[in-house]
Design a protein around this ligand. Structure first.
Ligand code: GDP
Length: 613
């Protein structure tokens, strides 16, 4: 078949072959895979009515569209898949225990506490931490490292449980969204005086979606009006039937505040794990797991808490965590003790990484520093590419509609700064509730209290965000930077006005605002009558300048006599002129309008697009 051409460029044509492209690939990446000239792909896109440059990252949809047009099948490779392939390149398999059954030994369950706000998640995590220092390790003060381990005795045996110390399903879900499985069992906290609430259901659904067994902690039984039986009844509707009613979910009545029945709860966790999970891992292999928390410490550099999922992590090991790597310089447990090694299900604080990984990033130990560096660098490069995919061009509210229509962005990124956290939260939640159809998402990238800073502007630059300042301004260098980089910073002092404007912009309805600017005034000194032109005003320009073809109004004793007139003729002596300046005399013809008197004032103005304040 003859390949079609556009403007002399031969268009590539496939036979339905599959092309694998990573998310955020550019036309050049695509062209490379099919051995074509990138320019020809640009031409195809142009044919399809989209202007795309060869090196710009494009959306999944654009890649699909392009592939369809050229008769290829495109397969977009997810970041997780890509990572697996990357590791395979180094002969590393992540996520599976090495060796057979005989290498596997039991490991403690890892637990996340979830539930409705105020039902006592934080209090429960505190209570557990306080009452159950792992036997024989007393003395140390628990450090907040993002996770901790406690011991409990079940059927005469000492058992351990690891708790992820950030309550709530948000962290859990965020990790899961990144393909990381951090949790074996969820404790669902329900306050007995409040019963099942919206976030109870939400948490329950998240746990179910992840296939994680649930233990229900019916909390606040010390409070008057507590009704633990009712909670059991309510949860039945959601498929959680208590054991005492013939179901297989363990319910434990507790008081986090008074430390009541915490041991029974821990026992229930262990029993549930034994009954429904086979928690074993190979402690002998190179360690693997996930990062739970990390930050940059002034004295110690990058600090990350990791949860070892298999293998044993040792001081001196070379590890990669997300796009950070390094040799483990020291490890601290949840009590701040230095430790030499950490086995499966142990959370440890690791020192020695090059930079700060993200929560949910996987970690693995490799043999050589060089391998660690290469993996980290490849991941960092991939991350950069993916970020570029999001970066399209600077967006302003005025051009948002056209940018959206052109398919250049599918979301409106916002950075919200305000003078109080209450205002910022109110603004954020109202904006997120805007119903703007399915095509556009509103994302709040960052929010905070205080002036708009340089860091806000650079974040906006990197992700095409619009900055909203509520009762705050960009100051000094931040303002200059916004100006220079073309970042749209909008100031509001009324919340609903901000909401209205954003909504209007999303609907493509944001009209430029015009304001009237006075140009000049002229006083009528004489009136000339012309049979051809009607009345001509002999004037002295009092202020500014009077220009031909501008709008004018006529004032008599300070009152407006006529509006919307036009300076249709302008003369000085015998000559037609385009303007007459302050202090000069001349003649003005207002077209067909003739009702002028001596001492009337002709005020001219024009409508200018108003810079939005
Ligand atoms: P979270 O939002 O789920 O983390 O809830 P918190 O742990 O912050 O608890 C919310 C409020 O309930 C706090 O004032 C706690 O002191 C209180 N609280 C938590 N557990 C109990 C309990 O067992 N009994 C009583 N009376 N109050 C509790």
């Amino acid at each position: 078949m003859q390949a079609p051409s556009v403007g002399g460029v031969m268009l590539p044509r496939g036979n339905g072959e599959t092309v694998r492209l990573s998310r955020g690939a550019s036309l050049t990446d695509f062209a490379e895979k099919i051995n074509a000239n990138p320019a020809s792909l640009v031409a195809v896109m142009m044919n399809l009515g989209e202007m795309v440059t060869a090196t710009q990252s494009v959306s999944d949809e654009t890649l699909q569209l392009l592939a369809d047009e050229m008769n290829y099948t495109v397969q977009i490779v997810s970041p997780e898949e890509e990572d697996r392939e990357l590791l395979e390149g180094f002969d590393i398999e992540f996520g599976e225990d090495e060796g057979g059954e005989e290498f596997l030994l039991p490991r403690p369950p890892v637990v996340t506490v979830m539930g409705h706000v105020d039902h006592g998640k934080t209090r429960l995590l505190d209570a557990i931490r306080k009452t159950n220092v792992v036997a024989g390790e007393a003395g140390g003060i628990t450090q907040g490292i993002g996770a901790y381990q406690v011991g409990t005795e079940v059927n005469g045996e000492d058992r351990k449980i690891t708790f992820i110390d950030t309550p709530g399903h948000e962290a859990f879900t965020a990790m899961r969204a990144r393909g990381a499985k951090s949790t074996d069992i969820a404790i669902l906290v329900v306050a007995a005086n409040d019963g099942v609430m919206p976030q109870t259901i939400e948490a329950l659904n998240h746990a179910k979606a992840a296939g994680v067994p649930i233990v229900v902690a019916v909390n606040k039984i010390d409070v008057e009006g507590a009704d633990p039986v009712k909670v059991r009844g309510q949860l039945t509707e959601f498929g959680l039937v208590a054991e005492e009613y013939g179901g297989d979910t363990m319910f434990v009545d507790i008081s986090a505040k008074q430390g009541l029945h915490i041991d029974s709860l821990l026992e229930a966790v262990v029993l549930t794990a034994d009954a429904s999970l086979d928690l074993r891992a190979n402690p002998e292999q190179d360690a693997q797991g996930i990062a739970i928390e990390s930050h940059l410490d002034r004295g110690r550099g990058a600090v990350a808490t990791v949860l070892v999922q298999r293998g044993t992590l040792r001081v001196g090991d070379t590890m990669v965590v997300g796009d950070a790597y390094g040799r483990v310089r020291a490890m601290l447990d949840d009590k701040g003790n230095n430790i030499e090694e950490a086995g499966p299900s142990t959370p440890v604080l690791v020192l020695g990484l090059t930079n700060v990984p993200g929560a949910g990033d996987n970690f693995l130990v490799v043999d050589e520093d060089r391998t660690a560096r290469q993996i980290a660098e490849k991941r960092a490069a991939r991350e950069r590419n993916a970020n570029f995919a999001k970066r399209v061009r600077r967006v302003s509210l005025e051009d948002l509609d056209s940018v959206l229509k052109a398919g250049l962005v599918q979301e409106l990124n916002l950075i919200i700064k305000g003078d109080s956290s209450g205002a910022v939260e109110a603004l954020e939640s109202s904006l997120l509730q805007l119903d703007v159809g399915e095509e556009v998402d509103i994302r709040v990238l960052h929010r905070g209290v205080g002036a708009v800073t340089e860091s806000d502007i650079s974040l906006a630059m990197g992700s095409d965000a619009i900055v909203i300042g509520y009762n705050v301004r960009a100051v000094g260098r931040a303002a200059q930077m916004a100006d220079r980089e073309g970042v749209d910073v909008r100031y509001y002092s009324v919340i609903y006005q901000a909401i209205e404007e954003i909504e209007a912009a999303l609907k493509g309805l944001l009209k430029p605002e015009y304001e009237e600017v006075e140009l000049g005034t002229a006083e009528i000194r004489e009136i000339f009558r012309s049979s051809k032109l009607g009345n001509i005003a002999g004037v002295l320009v009092r202020s500014g300048e009077v220009k031909r073809n501008t709008k004018a109004r006529l004032l008599r004793d300070g009152k407006v006599i006529a509006e919307n007139l036009t300076i249709s003729g302008l003369r000085r002596f015998k000559d037609d002129v385009t303007e007459i300046r302050e202090g000069f005399e001349g003649g003005i013809n207002l077209g067909s309008f003739n009702d002028i008197k001596i001492d009337d004032v002709i005020a001219t103005y024009e409508m200018r697009e108003k810079p939005r304040a």
